[in-house]
Write a protein that binds this ligand. Sequence first.
Ligand code: MV4
Length: 452
Amino acid sequence: MFNKILIANRGEIALRIIRTCKEMGIKTVAVYSTADKDSLHVRFADEAVCIGPPPSSESYLRIPSIISAAEITNSDAIHPGYGFLSENAKFSKVCEDNDIKFIGASPGMIDAMGDKASAKATMIAAGVPCVPGSAGLLKDLAHAKKTASEIVYPVMMKATAGGGGKGMRVLWNDEELEDAWEKVRREAKAAFGNDGMYMEKFIEEPRHIEIQIAGDMYGNYCHMSERDCSIQRRHQKLVEETPSPFMTTKLRKDMGEAAKRAAAAVNYEGVGTVEFLVDKHRNFFFMEMNTRIQVEHTITEEAISWDLIKEQIKIAAGIPITGKDYKPQVHVMQCRINAEDPFNNWRPSPGKIGDYHQPGGHGVRVDTHVYSGYTIPPNYDSMISKLIVYARSREEVIAKMRRALDEYVIEGIKTTIPFHQRLLMNPDFVAGNFTTKFLEEHDILNDEVVIE
Ligand code: MV4
């Protein structure tokens, strides 16, 4: 097992990782920018190294500074958390070259999953259902037109280097395709330095359902069921839950098996997520594979009583997994609390927190790094807390989440709490009747509250 792990991240996830390391008897090193000197991850780690000024590009993204911090503290592994360098093939490679275990995917794996067209080709070969579309990249406009006529409009043009909603366009006819062709490629070139495009049938009103998987060095794979992440705004997830209200026993089995096939096809090592689109007929299609721990890993943890950070560390240390699959034992929901003003176009709302009181009681978990008197710096992600609630039924989870949100006091800044309170009063949401279009179709913030 590792002696000392450096956590190349900040905020709630850095604290989350430190907590598990402590429980495992592993020493911890925090790295921090000058904007984070009063952060809890700095306070609770055994050691802390300042790695630069507030901008991420000069601190949390600066590979040489982080490697140096690992060297001087004699760390034998680095946990990258999510975001920042967690899916950076170069960083994974530099760790490898310096004999520091990167608790995440290998450089080859990150590259293979980062190129979406080739990831899709790999999945098709492995028998994982994918959206019908071009076999590989589009050669030219004529090829794009021919493909569109074969798969039938509406279609989606996607940048192979894109992902997470970046570099894609819905097209409804030849005319739109002709207009978009050069433009979308130029945008992709500017954003990713790669203008490779592929095309697929546009799935209307899908659900976003992802499967948590794990694989070890010995070819064992398991899945840990689904998370429904359909409640998103501009590709930012706001609420996640498990089980999905749309799930059936058969669909879970089929998606779980497909996710394991995806993991096995690339000899996946570690914990990962296979993202699927699910249409109204419960057809499911591979979208992307994430090779990092995700923000929403927490709901799976509560649903199956596993510590996924611990699993990540154990797998990286060469300990085999059982290879058994898991299904949710309770209903779990997570609301992301962001320092944003939902009533003012979701504008970031950094600043000093005044009075702070977090909810507690049975079935309530709060993952956060903030406290009364803490100042949220303007330089990073606006997510400041994850409120996770679990109970025996979805109905009880909703009642408990409403209660927990009512108890949550965060003064001095604006947060997404009022949005969540209104969402939890929406009859369609309460009925489990939602797709990724939900927040576009419902004016949650201005609707009269309709359920008592
Ligand atoms: C799609 C799609 C419809 N049809 N692909 C968005 C993020 C990226 N991972 C893929 N995305 C989509 N791909 C086809 N063929 C709709 C989306 C999509 C979406 C997916 C999941 C969650 C929210 C979304 C919001 C808009 C579009």
